[in-house]
Design a protein around this ligand. Structure first.
Ligand SMILES: Cc1ncc(COP(=O)(O)O)c(C=O)c1O
Length: 419
């Protein structure tokens, strides 16, 4: 039995099709994982995740020695993922106390952590200083005055600026345009730079920017680097994350090499020769390392035929009308073609739609469906819509599977209810 190569290319690198047509990841059959851990379940190919991390770290250091990759942990904030990324030598970006505490719980060294956020509280900045967070990204004047009020050693910081670049992506995830809520406009940034350079509380190491997420043309990244070049001469330029990924077999996305070529060439042209170039990939680092398994609950035949599974926008909000990503999918034991169906979830919205016109071969109740490219922002956006339980996360590698996050229980749905 065969599988469309363009569909297979969405799956983690260790994915294979057995002679009887069953899909395996990390040497484990997806149907076996569905039996053992129940569904929905998020499966992470640990080797693929590590390999992707190295593509970024080795690719960047070969092109620009002395540079650093930070994992934008908002894209998959669970301790096992933090641990893998830290073991692979990445710095870890956190936004807020919750991600900071999770990273520390995963034994990420504080000096490797970069704290972000456009509205950091006194508590969060206090915690960052107290725990020795390596870098705080200053987002505006209130971050500056809050740090000045905290008693502590000199804090290494970057200043987030608005490069004024309209990234070609959805408005909700575009962040580098004029009028963005993140960072300071360039004129004001100059005043903040002068202020911090004259204060003993700050070691201003450099400039930070991030123009948005799911960006599929690399030119915008180069434009952003050029836009901040005349702010001064700094040790560090952190150009954020944002590289987009393919979600569907018909999508195209730049490769990591194309992205790294673009930003390092822009850095060579516009930035000081000795400056470190930092990047913060999230989506492009984790998206393709995971698939989510579901079971078919019902098949409603007609025009169109609806195949509904035991998950939906509770465990994958990216598939919602709000975000609008259209996923691809396949039957885990019959991956070769079939008639087009609408693959839908079980939450109470018509926007709870994974895929339209999806070819599936005679789907029936209890079939296992594998949805690829679910590693980014799905765990992040889990919710209990319709009382759904947040699903487990399982790592697979070399023929064995390890549970790293267990499934939520029905009891846990009400544990915070005190009235
Ligand atoms: C400051 C910052 N850096 C990095 C990222 C990661 O972006 P992406 O997941 O698109 O790579 C984000 C997320 O939007 C972000 O806000």
């Amino acid at each position: 039995m065969t599988i469309d190569p363009s569909l297979l290319s969405l799956f983690p690198t260790s994915t294979a099709v057995d002679t009887d047509g069953a899909l395996t990841i990390g040497g484990v059959r997806l149907s076996v994982l569905a039996d053992e851990f129940a569904t929905p379940v998020q499966i992470v190919d640990e080797a693929a995740l590590r390999q992707r991390a190295r593509e970024f770290t080795e690719g960047l250091s070969q092109r620009r020695p002395g540079s650093d990759v930070a994992f934008a942990s908002k894209s998959f904030p669970c301790t096992a993922i933090y641990r893998v990324m830290a073991e692979e030598g990445l710095h870890i970006d956190v936004a807020g106390a919750g991600e900071l505490i999770t990273a520390l719980k995963a034994d990420v060294p504080a000096g490797q952590i970069v704290l972000h956020g456009n509205a950091k509280t006194d508590h969060e900045l206090g915690l960052a200083v107290e725990t020795g967070v390596g870098t705080v990204v200053i987002d505006g004047w209130d971050d500056i005055s809050r740090i000045e009020r905290i008693d502590g050693p000199t804090q290494s910081v970057l200043l987030r600026v608005i490069p004024g670049v309209d990234a070609p992506t959805m408005a909700a995830i575009s962040t580098g345009h004029h009028g963005s809520k993140f960072g300071l406009p360039l004129d004001e940034a100059r005043r903040a730079i002068a202020h911090m350079q004259s204060s003993v509380r700050f070691n201003l190491r450099g400039i930070h920017l991030h123009i948005g997420s799911q960006i599929l043309t690399v030119a915008a990244f180069a434009e952003a680097v050029a836009a901040v070049a005349d702010l001064g001469t700094f040790d560090v330029y952190d150009v954020g994350g944002g590289l987009g990924v393919r979600y569907h077999r018909t999508n195209r996305a730049p490769t990591v090499d194309e992205y790294l070529d673009t930003i390092t060439e822009a850095a060579s042209t516009h930035l000081p020769e000795a400056a470190e170039l930092w990047i913060e990939p999230g989506r492009s680092l984790v998206a393709q390392s995971a698939v989510t398994l579901y079971r078919v609950v019902t098949v409603k035949r007609g025009a169109p035929t609806f195949v509904a599974v035991d998950g939906g926008i509770a465990d994958n909000l990216e598939a919602s009308t709000y975000v609008g990503t259209r996923f691809d999918a396949v039957l885990a034991d019959r991956p070769d073609g079939g008639s087009p169906v609408e693959l839908v979830g079980r939450q109470c919205e018509s926007g709870d739609l994974f895929a339209s016109d999806l070819p599936l071969r005679n789907p029936v109740i209890d079939d296992v469906i594998a949805v690829p490219v679910t590693g980014a922002y799905t765990y992040t956006l889990l919710n209990n819509y319709n009382g759904a339980l947040r699903p487990p996360v399982v790592f697979v590698r070399d023929g064995s599977a390890k549970l790293v996050v267990r499934r939520e229980t029905y009891d846990e749905l009400t544990t915070r209810d005190v009235g």
